[in-house]
Write a protein that binds this ligand. Structure first.
Ligand code: RTP
Ligand code: MG
Length: 139
């Protein structure tokens, strides 16, 4: 089934000028980038986005990291896009990520792990709506 998922290229990756290389992995995996913009996330945006992790010990560090530099927010479209992109990203910890995945190729560590991808179709819809209007998504 054709789906849309939400992606973020995180500050560790934009800092190292890896946007194009990450986009190549995404496109080579058969996902289409149907919306994309480079933004600086505000503290309020990052706190809201990661609200599910607000009780976790790494929450403060995570919000600080996500606001530490530019990010590229994206909408990806394709067959089973949510699960497919999770595969392409690899495990949260790059040491456990499979060869060829974005995190294996580029992530610094479990926190600075280069990309975010929605973990369910419902969350994808909520996350896309936090950053894009319908008119900004061109399928
Ligand atoms: P994401 O939400 O960014 O796509 O990553 P994920 O599903 O693979 O991992 P999740 O458990 O949702 O964690 C969200 C992000 O929090 C940071 N994190 N740091 N220091 C730590 O132990 C730790 N654990 C998670 C990572 O940036 C992770 O992607
Ligand atoms: Mg997650």
């Amino acid at each position: 089934m054709t789906e849309r998922t939400f992606s973020i290229i995180k500050p560790d990756a934009t800092k190292r000028n890896l946007t194009g290389k990450i986009n190549a992995v995404i496109e080579d995996a058969g996902l289409r980038i149907v919306a994309q913009k480079r933004i600086r996330m505000s503290d309020a945006q990052a706190k809201k986005f990661y609200e599910v992790h607000s009780e976790r010990p790494f929450y403060g560090e995570l919000v600080e990291f996500m606001t530490s530099g530019p990010v590229v927010v994206q909408v990806l479209e394709g067959d089973n896009a949510v699960a497919r992109y999770r595969e392409v990203m690899g495990a949260t910890n790059p040491e456990q990520a499979a060869p060829g995945t974005i995190r294996k190729l580029y992530a610094n560590n479990v926190g600075e792990n280069s990309v975010h991808g929605s973990d369910s179709l419902d969350n994808a819809k909520l996350e896309i709506a936090q950053f894009f209007t319908d008119a900004e998504i061109v399928g």
